[in-house]
Design a protein around this ligand. Structure first.
Ligand code: TXA
Ligand code: MG
Length: 316
């Protein structure tokens, strides 16, 4: 594998990135949520390259990025509530899990054999430019080695995957900083929250005029983010801390101070955008024990707390 190239966020960088994808290679690219590790979703060989680079268990399906709703319709069947959500929240930080069309041409490795596909229209201008230059569906899990923290800067991607992928398109820091909200649908159209994220579930239920239910616990592989310890920094994490104990590095929020703060003003959007960046920072400084101030369980706080609980879960 040649050295991983860092591509500049301009026309020539985008052209090079698209050419690498066309040749079956892997390019990490910025989205408004986190960096994705992209490859041609129609090619099993290209998609296998994603699993290899991430050391990802192959039973975990990948989401596919497309430029707009019309393109999404080539790959999946939209149930009516899904179309309502897509029209309201795309492009944006939302993934919809929908029935895969039999003529989709999506590589079987992408869905890990499931009859459904997770699909998303990202808003980030560089992701949009890359999708249009490549002119095809881009499979893209978060661009981190499996089981590690999602990258919110090009440097994080380099830190985890340098020498394992062809290139990283450098778009600076990601605005949302947490992975997309994932919604799925029952056969009767009931919407289920499979992963909290940048789009808030209440906004979806308001729009649909029907409650968004939690995912059914017996769904197994159809519920994403199964691995509790998926989002963990290396150090042990203690939640709802009002002050650091001896030897702990403290992440503050609002009025609770810390060695670092998620948001001094108590702004949940700022806290979301900083969370993974601070996790990476804690690993860099070698923090062994980490205390985190309480985050209110409302709005984006639901997604932040979901990631924090995973970070604090017992590890193997
Ligand atoms: O914000 C995001 O969603 C980022 C950016 C790069 O788009 N991507 C991302 O991908 O977080 P990934 O692969 O790290 O997480 C996607 C989750 C996984 O937990 C996977 O199991 C689940 O979506 N997933 C994918 N396809 C699915 C399907 N057909 N049914 C159920 N879950 C699915
Ligand atoms: Mg991930």
């Amino acid at each position: 594998m040649p050295e991983t190239r860092l591509l500049s966020p301009d026309a020539s960088g985008i052209e090079t990135a698209a050419a690498i994808l066309t040749e079956g290679g892997r390019v990490a690219f910025p989205t408004e949520t986190v960096y994705g590790l992209g490859a041609d979703a129609r090619s099993d060989a290209a998609v296998a390259g994603i699993f290899a680079a991430k050391d990802r268990p192959t039973f975990n399906p990948l989401i596919v990025h497309v430029a707009d709703i019309e393109t999404a319709r080539r790959y999946v069947e939209f149930v009516p509530p899904a179309l309502t959500l897509a029209r309201a929240f795309w492009p944006g930080p939302m993934t919809l899990v929908l029935p895969l069309r039999s003529d989709s041409g999506i590589a079987p490795l992408v869905t890990a054999g499931l009859p459904t596909l997770g699909i998303r229209v990202p808003a980030h201008p560089l992701a949009q430019s890359l999708l249009r230059a490549f002119d095809g569906p881009i499979a893209g899990p978060s661009a981190n080695p499996s089981g590690r923290i999602s990258p919110t800067e090009a440097g994080h991607v380099m830190g985890g995957l340098s020498g394992r992928i062809e290139a990283v398109l450098d778009g600076g820091a990601c605005g949302v900083g947490l992975e997309s909200t994932i919604f799925g649908f029952d056969a009767d159209g009931t919407c289920r929250l499979l992963r909290p994220g940048g789009v808030i579930a209440e906004a979806a239920s308001d729009l649909l005029g029907a409650p968004v239910l939690p995912h059914a616990p017996d769904e197994g592989i159809t519920s994403p983010g199964q691995m509790l310890s998926h989002y963990a920094p290396s150090g042990a994490v203690r939640l709802d801390a009002t002050a650091a104990d001896e030897g702990e590095t403290m992440l503050g929020f609002g009025e609770i101070p810390g060695d670092f703060t998620l948001s001094a003003s108590g702004d949940l959007a700022e806290a979301a955008a900083r969370l993974f960046t601070l996790f990476h920072k804690l690993d860099e400084i070698g923090a062994q024990r980490i205390a985190v101030a309480p985050i209110p369980e409302r709005g984006l706080g639901v997604a932040i707390n979901d990631r924090l609980r995973r970070a604090a879960a017992p590890r193997d």
